[in-house]
Design a protein around this ligand. Structure first.
Ligand code: PEP
Ligand code: MG
Length: 609
């Protein structure tokens, strides 16, 4: 016995597991910083059985297997219904539509006939027959380039896992509730996995798959669970029970952080909370420069939900309503009445503050199931936004009718995304006139004087801003796309992310051309891309003549404080130097100098890095 004890004390060094601190970078999907224990979900779905391992059944067992299969389908349907109801009661209705796709899969007659056919003809058990059929679909859909179809393969895998688990008599893997809330780490989280997460027991999640627009990310933001997606080769380095920091602001996960790192993050979190509390107390202060220029600070929204948040963060209206989210995750387009109800509610909730509704910007990386499968070689250069709407005028007319009618109930403005030529704008305006006269003929109430704007997000639009300005009431610069299209850098591709430079002199020149053309024609220019909510760019944007900044509500306070500390004169000087800089870094430096000297707390508290 004594020997044993002695042995334990002289364990060779290699047997002692030293856990090193490792930092991983991913895509920030839902904001917040947490520190906790990891729960590793090794396998979210039950494995699909491979054909080789199949044991044949006798002819006498065929009916029994078909019954077993039908029962599993029935149980799966009931399970999906419970999930859908749960999501519907706690989240937005359209997010629950994710599960409609799951229903369609378990109710698909041809798929089911193939399974019963395989049981009857090949004498294989129900689970093997079902997995073979599903595997075929999953493989076919995963192989295509189309990101939407790839996501659908996830849905099929999810449903397949559920059916198989019922066939195997297994319970769906339930989240193990421990006394302490945990951080979920997994390769994927399917929509139903995500919906199963209980915010009271889940601190955050970090997964390898996904993008900002995948279902898991959408649900995480709604559930206010900090999240990181797109964590490359992450799971292999992690064990159940590891400790981890998740920074959902920056998309950083730190595995086994040292005490010093934990302390650093605790301080960061405290600083963020303190600053946020201060900024929340400033929401009533005017967003005015020291020399008296007012800048409108508006919110970007994806739905009409939570209007109280806009007030809470001090938003002066909505500068960008991304309506495409009303069209996603559902099998049918929203009707005119459904859209009208949403737009009307937003307008009413904002009590006369402006709400800028952008017409449908579907396409690119944002796809709607109801549009059917889309295959494009270069989707960001393809049939997206206004192009897609002009190719399907009925779609645009329905949306315009809903927006114009809702305009009676508040201060709604409408804007068109991805305009690249006068022809496109003319076509959209012609459709608008037709819609107005239809509404008039039908004696329906609508806002006939609604202000119309154009998004400037393609370099061509900035270059012809003078002509565009003569036909509309305002410009809103979509810097996310303007940077992407000016610099030929895919905004979603992490491999070229270093080249994605918002202060590139070419981008700044295009912004300046836009504001100058607008001013010459007596219209105003705002920015609704991510640059608007990032304080590092505020002095330059102000100096270039931007009068409205629209951003995620949570960052409005930061930008308000900055605006209250700068004069337009200073901003113009910074912008002028930035415009003539040789590089993006040099341009940015002029703005950073101001921030570092005047408000370092904003730099540290908003978005580092
Ligand atoms: C933009 O491009 O800057 C923009 C606001 O639109 P989205 O991000 O929806 O493309
Ligand atoms: Mg855009």
């Amino acid at each position: 016995m004594k020997n044993n004890t002695a042995k334990r004390t002289v364990l060779p060094f290699r047997d002692i597991k030293v856990k090193r601190e490792i930092m991983f970078h991913g895509i920030p999907a839902s904001p917040g910083i947490v520190y906790g224990t990891v729960m590793l979900l090794k396998n979210n779905s039950v494995e699909v059985v491979s054909a080789e391992k199949v044991q044949n059944i006798s002819s006498g067992q065929v009916q029994e297997e078909i019954k077993r299969f039908e029962k599993a389908l029935q149980e799966t349907q009931e399970e999906i219904k419970v999930l859908r109801d749960r999501v519907q009661s706690s989240l937005k209705a359209h997010e629950a539509n994710i599960f409609d796709a799951h229903f369609l899969i378990v109710q698909d007659k041809s798929l089911m006939n193939q399974v019963t056919g395989a049981i009857t003809e090949k004498y294989i058990p129900a689970d093997a027959a079902f997995s073979q059929v599903m595997q075929k679909y999953i493989t076919a859909m995963s192989a295509v380039e189309d990101p939407y179809l790839k996501e659908r393969a996830m849905d099929i895998k999810d449903v397949a896992g559920r059916v198989l688990s019922h066939l195997h008599g297994l319970e769906i893997q339930q989240q193990k509730h421990s006394s302490e809330p945990q951080i979920i780490v997994a390769k994927d989280l399917t929509p139903s996995d995500t919906a199963m997460l209980d915010p009271a027991h889940v601190l955050a999640f970090a997964i390898e798959s996904g993008s900002k627009t995948s279902h898991s990310a959408i649900l995480a933001r709604s559930m206010k669970i900090p999240a990181i997606v797109g964590m490359n080769r992450f799971v292999q380095s992690i064990e159940d029970g590891d400790r981890m920091i998740v920074d959902g602001f920056l998309g950083i996960a730190i595995l086994n952080p040292t005490e010093a790192t934990v302390e650093l993050y605790k301080e960061k979190e405290k600083t963020k909370a303190r600053l946020m509390a201060e900024l929340m107390r400033e929401t009533r202060l005017r967003s005015e420069t020291t020399d008296g220029y007012t800048i409108q600070l508006a919110a970007n929204v994806e739905s009409g939900e939570h209007p109280e948040e806009l007030k809470q963060y001090g938003a002066a209206g909505v500068g960008l309503f991304r309506t495409e989210y009303l069209f996603m995750n559902r099998e049918q387009m929203p009707t005119e009445e459904e859209q009208f109800a949403v737009y009307r509610k937003v307008a009413e909730n904002l009590n006369g503050e402006a709400v800028i509704i952008r017409t449908l910007d579907i396409g690119g990386d944002k796809l709607a199931a109801a549009m059917g499968p889309v295959h494009e070689q270069n989707p960001f250069l393809g049939l997206r936004a206004i192009r897609l709407c002009l190719a399907n005028p009925q779609l645009l007319q329905t949306q315009m009718r809903a927006i114009l009618r809702a305009g009676v109930y508040g201060n709604i403005k409408m804007m068109f995304p991805m305009i690249s030529s006068i022809n496109e704008l003319n076509q959209a305006l012609d459709i608008l006139e037709k819609v107005k006269s239809d509404l008039q003929n039908a004696n329906m109430r609508f806002d006939g004087d609604m202000e119309i704007g154009v998004m400037i997000e393609i370099p061509a639009a900035a270059l012809i801003a003078e002509q565009l300005a003569k036909k509309v009431d305002f410009f809103s610069i979509g810097t996310n796309d303007l940077v992407q299209y000016t610099l030929a850098v895919d905004r979603n591709n992490e491999k070229v992310s270093k080249l994605y430079e918002p202060t590139h002199p070419a981008v700044l020149q295009l912004i300046a051309m836009t504001t100058r053309a607008a001013a010459r024609n007596g219209i105003w220019t705002g920015v609704c891309g991510e640059m608007a909510g990032d304080p590092r760019y505020t002095p330059i944007l102000l100096g270039l003549g931007i009068v409205e900044l629209s951003m995620p509500p949570m960052v409005i306070g930061h930008i308000r404080r900055l605006i209250r500390k700068i004069s337009m004169h200073e901003a113009e000087k910074i912008a002028e130097k930035a415009l003539h800089a040789e590089t993006a870094a040099e341009a940015l430096r002029y703005s950073m100098d101001f921030l570092e000297n005047n408000m370092p707390e904003i730099l540290a508290g908003a978005r580092e890095g």
